[in-house]
Design a protein around this ligand. Structure first.
Ligand code: SF4
Ligand code: SF4
Length: 354
């Protein structure tokens, strides 16, 4: 497959060209943050550092309409009301520009929740079939990154349609899927010097540091499950703000609410967070996850115990299939520096002798 080249100065024009055919989400700077925004003609895509928000919004938006409904009274029989339902329009083809490998891998983990558990979520499935990722390989790891713990890496291709690799003056683009080939076909061929530079970079990859063996994590988490002192200690600083879950590429909890406008209304799906006390508050007033300790235990347990137990890794795999891509956003954005890596290491250590 021919490698292509996207010059630095051509990024905005090429994004505009892709935006003719796709709803394009591109990273832009807003204050200190880098966030995905729908394409606008005066936009300047910023590829200089990983986006602060996750690309999951392309597949699971913060809020989306599931359906609209209209009530109609039968004027000949006032005891009767009919309800008419309308599904939303099919999702537009969507292209995410400039996500990182950890975000692209998040698609696989969202698929498990929405497509692989017996009942397929039709809206998610329609978006998934029509959403494509142009991913930028990472040249360095930030001090919050740990993708190498979780089966990924700075150049991991999983979930991407095109991979961009930074070289002098721009990016070498490698298509990884049929759609990726179509997207990359708009670009000129990469020059031999750009390819040589890339090969030299790939020959001396980022050194990601030691990787803990996570295979024992599910069992050790369960050994510590009832140790509330351990979880109270781990969650002592947590403010229950939920930022860690909202920014996570793999967190998928949502709430469903109806908004009524007279005899019309719409049913909405909106992100929710298991870090909130309201998340499990039952109508009776009982709350099975009454404290921050219970809630943090659930978040960590879901990612490093329940998920790998439900989706076992293939025989011989070096790591379990955890529901975390190691993007590090929950660490970087937590206002009180709760570090999920530290919690996992403590589980591995303290759960061993339980
Ligand atoms: S971001 Fe930090 S403080 Fe906020 S809920 Fe998550 S762990 Fe708690
Ligand atoms: S748990 Fe934290 S590090 Fe893991 S994918 Fe979610 S935000 Fe990223």
């Amino acid at each position: 497959m021919v490698a292509r080249f996207l010059a630095d100065e051509a990024v905005a024009a090429q994004a505009a060209a892709w935006a003719q055919d796709y709803r394009l989400l591109a990273p832009v700077r807003e204050g200190q943050a880098v966030v995905y925004r729908p394409w606008a003609p005066d936009m300047h895509p910023f590829l200089g550092r990983p986006p602060s928000s996750s690309a999951k919004q392309a597949l699971l938006p913060q809020t989306e309409d599931l359906l609209t409904y209209t009530y109609r009274k039968d004027h000949t029989d006032l005891t009767r009301t009919e309800v008419f339902l309308a599904e939303p329009l099919p999702p537009e083809p969507t292209l995410v520009l400039g996500c990182r490998p950890c975000d692209a891998r998040g698609r696989k983990l969202l698929d498990r929740v929405f497509l692989e558990r017996g009942v397929k979520d039709p809206l998610y499935a329609a978006k998934r079939a029509n959403t494509f990722f142009i991913t930028l390989a990472c040249e360095r790891m930030e001090n919050t990154c740990f993708c190498h713990w979780t089966g990924g890496g700075p150049t991991s291709e999983e979930g991407s349609d095109v991979m961009l690799f930074a070289v002098s003056g721009g990016f070498v683009a490698r298509a990884l899927t049929k759609t990726g080939e179509k997207l990359a076909a708009a670009l000129p061929e990469a020059t031999p010097s750009a390819l040589q530079e890339l090969e030299a970079k790939l020959a001396s990859p980022v050194e990601p540091g030691p990787v803990p063996d996570l295979r024992a994590a599910p069992e050790r988490f369960l050994a510590l499950f009832d140790d509330l002192d351990f979880w109270t200690d781990q969650s002592a600083r947590c403010l229950s703000c939920g930022v860690c879950t909202y920014l996570c590429p793999t967190c998928s909890c949502f709430n469903i609410t109806d908004e009524n406008f007279g005899l019309k209304g719409k049913r909405l799906r909106t992100w929710d967070t298991c870090m909130s006390a309201l998340y499990t508050l039952e109508g009776s007033g009982h709350n099975p996850r009454v404290s921050r300790a219970h809630r943090l235990r659930n978040r960590v347990g879901h990612k490093f115990c329940y998920h790998p137990r439900e989706f076992p890794a293939p025989d011989g795999a070096r790591q379990p299939e955890v529901s975390c891509t190691g993007c590090g956003r929950c660490i970087k954005s937590c206002p009180v520096a709760v570090d999920i890596r530290r919690i996992v290491l403590d589980i591995l250590e303290k759960g061993e002798n339980k």
